[in-house]
Design a protein around this ligand. Structure first.
Ligand code: ATP
Length: 319
């Protein structure tokens, strides 16, 4: 990830706990979200995602621990934080009998924007969310995907630096989901930080550069998306694809120190090579193949399948 050196995290959560009537929804979670990142927040139903989001956007006071947003404490700096964030809840609230323009105008006015400024901002956010032609449409008549975009446009009216989106892709068809992801990428390019929750990890894999996985009120992983896919691999595994068959490849490689296993994959001339974690030397592997007159077509670290990584980190069961 590309962050300014020594940059202050946009969200800093330290040892936060929260209970509802004795039920510990958050059990001391800690993680950070860096500026201008698209950070996924993933967990099964009841993991504590909405509770965390509400705490970050100052709708719920944490009972234990510390939460800072742009360096401000959520307990004491509600106003300063609210000015800089936009929260999109997981459901579309009432207002369905309004047109798109009336809805956005209402929120623009609530943010204190003047008439002229509102017109300009509404045009801008409708362009950004690709809703230009829908200004006068009644919200109740829009598809779920379009309503999500209106919801996003509403969040953008006060030009927030941090967007907090609770399950924005739920209920969208694949096309609407891809279009939403493209809009979010554009917003990131504009310098915004985006914190997005989902219960489906693969939904966020292409989009997010970092991710926090939460389960039953505990953080199971927080870091880069790539790191998630390679971490906890007991022995590093690489995949190498050759241009053509190399006689005696398996035996020759297995004779090298550190190479534990050589298995063909389902693809032609491709092998999965498992190294001993303490003796991983990919240089030896590649020079051995060249020595055997093999031509390497591709070489990469084998990543766990996303769903497997998620299942490994979270527990089964309805909570
Ligand atoms: N207001 C509340 N009163 C009582 N229990 C609550 C309340 N809000 C949340 N909980 C409980 O706290 C736990 C975490 O809930 P939360 O809504 O934060 O999870 P979530 O990860 O957002 O789940 P989902 O994906 O189902 O929306 C759940 O067990 C939930 O039942």
């Amino acid at each position: 990830m590309n962050h300014p050196i020594n940059s202050q995290p946009v969200i800093d959560i330290q040892n936060v706990s929260h209970s509802f009537k004795g039920h510990r929804a958050l059990q001391g979670i800690s993680f950070q979200v860096q500026p201008q990142s698209l950070h996924g927040f993933v967990g099964p139903n009841g993991a504590g995602k909405t509770t965390t989001l509400k705490i970050i956007c100052t709708l719920l006071r944490p009972q234990g621990g510390k939460v800072e947003v742009f360096g401000h404490d959520v307990r004491s700096s509600v106003k300063e934080i609210r000015k800089r964030i936009g929260f999109m809840p997981d459901h579309f609230s009432t207002y369905r009998q309004m047109t798109v323009f009336e809805y956005l105008d209402f929120f623009g006015a609530a943010y204190g924007l003047g008439l002229e400024q509102r017109n300009q901002v509404i045009n801008d956010v409708l362009t950004l969310t690709d809703m230009d032609g829908r200004k006068d449409s009644l919200i109740s008549g829009l598809s779920r995907g379009m309503q999500q975009r209106v919801s996003l446009a509403r969040v953008l009216v006060n030009d927030p630096d941090l967007l907090l989106l609770d399950e924005p892709a739920s209920g969208l068809d694949p096309r609407a989901r891809i279009e939403l992801m493209e809009i979010l990428q554009e917003l990131k390019r504009m310098g915004k930080t985006i914190f997005i929750s989902s219960h489906i990890l693969s939904e966020l894999a292409e989009l997010c550069d970092s991710v926090t996985i939460i389960d039953r009120g505990l953080v199971k992983y927080s870091g880069t998306m790539d790191g998630l896919l390679t971490h906890e691999q007991e022995h590093p595994i690489y995949k190498v694809m050759l241009e053509s068959e190399v006689a005696g490849l398996s035996d020759s490689l297995l004779a090298e120190p550190g190479i534990m296993k050589v298995e063909p994959t389902e693809k032609l001339h491709e092998f999965r090579i498992t190294f001993d974690a303490s003796l991983t030397n990919t240089g030896i592997l590649l020079s051995k193949i060249i020595e055997l007159n093999g031509t390497i077509h591709s070489f990469q670290r084998d990543k766990k399948h996303l769903n497997q990584a998620f299942l490994d980190l979270t527990e089964q069961g309805v909570r």
